[in-house]
Design a protein around this ligand. Structure first.
Ligand SMILES: Nc1ncnc2c1ncn2[C@@H]1O[C@H](COP(=O)(O)OP(=O)(O)OP(=O)(O)O)[C@@H](O)[C@H]1O
Ligand SMILES: [Mg+2]
Length: 259
């Protein structure tokens, strides 16, 4: 068996990566999978006390994205991109850390930083599932669409399809409007369905939405994780990610066979 890596990433800050990663990790943990949550840090990132790490009842740790390779100045731009794209040092360190913590058959959820290098070709290739959170405002949806387009473009170029989902974060009352915006923007940037072969809704999964009281309780480091409703929602979230990821992989491989 192997460790399954769930990357939660995207290029804009404040998009919901940390909370989405925690809710998914908790859902996987509730399905009795050995699960670990890893927060990716980078040189110069601000070190904070994380209320999720201190309250979530499963192994959590920080792991640094290594500094980029120092390359000779006379390399061509193409070669530099290839070398940085193939840099798998973070994934190797991740596997080593996770194997020591939860063994070699389990789920590792990674809360990526929003640095471009966090989603290089090697990280994308080695993931089992990639989730890009999308909050409800137009700029946030726009960023999520750009992020998912970049990720799918990298997969297509390198022929390394990986289930890539949009994790939508919105209160119930906003979901229809959010989905309409998302669908419209996805189709605008991919009119020929080269990047996303099926319908936008096929790659969307709703993240459990926390109300203001739960968010405040979490920030106060109160253990929100014992709430039976939250337990049920996280379990359902992890199950929905598995179903959507399977469907997405089927779509991507059928599409690749058709080419
Ligand atoms: N599931 C959710 N339910 C309700 N609100 C959410 C949810 N996820 C994110 N948010 C809102 O979005 C804010 C940012 O979320 P989060 O800290 O997870 O994003 P991030 O991408 O990790 O940000 P950063 O760039 O600071 O690391 C939260 O403080 C919260 O207000
Ligand atoms: Mg964060």
């Amino acid at each position: 068996m192997v460790l399954r890596i769930y990357l939660v990433g995207g290029f804009n800050g404040g998009s919901g990566r940390t909370l989405t990663a925690a809710l998914l990790a908790y859902g996987l943990h509730l399905q009795a999978h050995p699960t670990m949550l890893v927060r990716q840090t980078y040189e110069g990132s601000v070190s904070t006390i994380d209320p999720i790490e201190t309250t979530l009842p499963l192994p959590c740790c920080d792991l640094m994205l290594p500094a980029p390779y120092q390359l000779p100045a006379d390399l061509t731009a193409g070669l530099v991109t290839t070398i940085h794209g193939a840099d798998a040092r973070f994934t190797m360190a991740l596997m080593e850390r996770a194997t020591a913590e939860i063994g070699s058959d389990g789920d590792v959820v990674v809360d990526l930083c929003c640095h471009e290098r966090a989603l290089n070709a090697a990280a994308i290739r080695d993931a089992a599932v990639i989730l890009v959170p999308a909050r409800a405002s137009v700029p946030e949806i726009d960023w999520a669409v750009r992020s998912i387009s970049y990720i799918r473009d990298t997969q297509r170029y390198r022929n390394t399809p990986v289930a890539t989902l949009l994790a939508t974060i919105a209160p119930e009352s906003e979901r229809v409007r959010q989905m309409a915006l998302l669908g419209g923007m996805l189709r605008d940037c991919d009119p020929e369905r080269d990047l996303i072969p099926g319908e936008p809704a096929d790659i969307v999964v709703d993240v459990p939405f926390l109300d203001a009281a739960s968010l405040t309780a979490l920030l106060d480091e109160r253990p929100i994780w014992r709430d039976p409703q939250l337990i049920e929602r996280c379990r359902a979230f992890a199950a929905a990610v598995a179903v959507r990821a399977d469907r997405c992989m089927t779509m991507l491989t059928e599409d690749a066979d058709d080419l």
